[in-house]
Design a protein around this ligand. Structure first.
Ligand SMILES: Cc1cc2nc3c(=O)[nH]c(=O)nc-3n(C[C@H](O)[C@H](O)[C@H](O)COP(=O)(O)OP(=O)(O)OC[C@H]3O[C@@H](n4cnc5c(N)ncnc54)[C@H](O)[C@@H]3O)c2cc1C
Length: 177
């Protein structure tokens, strides 16, 4: 850890390491600014973990399945594709893992960014706390993103349901809910 990590005044502190936060952080570091990045959950945010990347990997597998099923469009014999849903998910996880290093703590620290893991809370207009650290900055970027909204349907909390986050992170073989 650099001796100066967390100390003094940052040019920019970015809250949230999703697409928006990562681009802002890399841009600031590239311009020579002193920048810190705070993430309470997974580096890469929705896009890498529960959004663009895993959904496109699943769509790619679904397209192959569809092409096998309708192979006569390409002059081939049509077949009923053989697949295990869990293997399709495993392939998605591997693709996501291959991309993850681009959004990792190590990559951003190599760009000169001070990365903090934890929940950011404002304690003044120019200070936040993250666990035991107090970070001061001239500018803050709040790139805190969003999450799936659960519609206000009576009783919904009492029944199992999936969101993009739960299905793309925790789908497992023999799942019952
Ligand atoms: C299924 C799906 C498919 C998608 N496909 C595409 C696509 O193909 N192309 C496309 O362009 N977009 C796509 N999107 C949209 C894309 O994922 C989002 O637009 C993008 O992730 C938003 O990035 P963000 O940085 O604003 O927020 P997020 O990715 O949500 O990142 C915000 C981060 O802030 C962190 N955070 C929040 N509060 C705090 C706090 N107090 N302290 C510390 N950290 C905090 C969160 O943990 C999170 O990691 C898709 C979305 C979904 C759900």
């Amino acid at each position: 850890m650099p001796e100066t990590k967390g100390l003094g005044l940052y040019n920019v502190v970015v809250i949230g390491a999703g697409t928006a936060g990562l681009v802002t952080t890399a841009g600031t570091a590239g311009l020579g600014g002193r920048v810190a990045l705070v993430e309470r959950n997974k580096m890469g945010g929705d896009c890498l973990n529960y959004g663009c990347v895993p959904s496109k990997a699943l769509i790619a597998s679904a397209r192959v399945i569809d092409r096998i099923r309708h192979a006569s469009r390409w002059g081939l014999n049509e077949q009923e594709p053989q697949f295990e849903f869990e293997n399709v998910f495993e392939s998605m996880r591997l693709r996501r893992a291959k991309i993850a290093p681009h959004d990792s703590v190590e990559r951003f620290e190599s760009l000169g960014v001070d990365v903090f893991s934890g929940e950011a809370s404002f304690v003044s207009p120019y200070e936040i706390v993250v666990d035991s650290h107090k970070l001061r900055a001239k500018n803050f970027v709040i790139a805190a993103g969003t999450r799936a909204g659960i519609p206000p349907i009576e009783g919904i909390r009492g029944v199992p349901f999936l969101t993009n986050e739960t299905i793309l992170m925790s789908y497992a073989k023999n799942r019952t809910a």
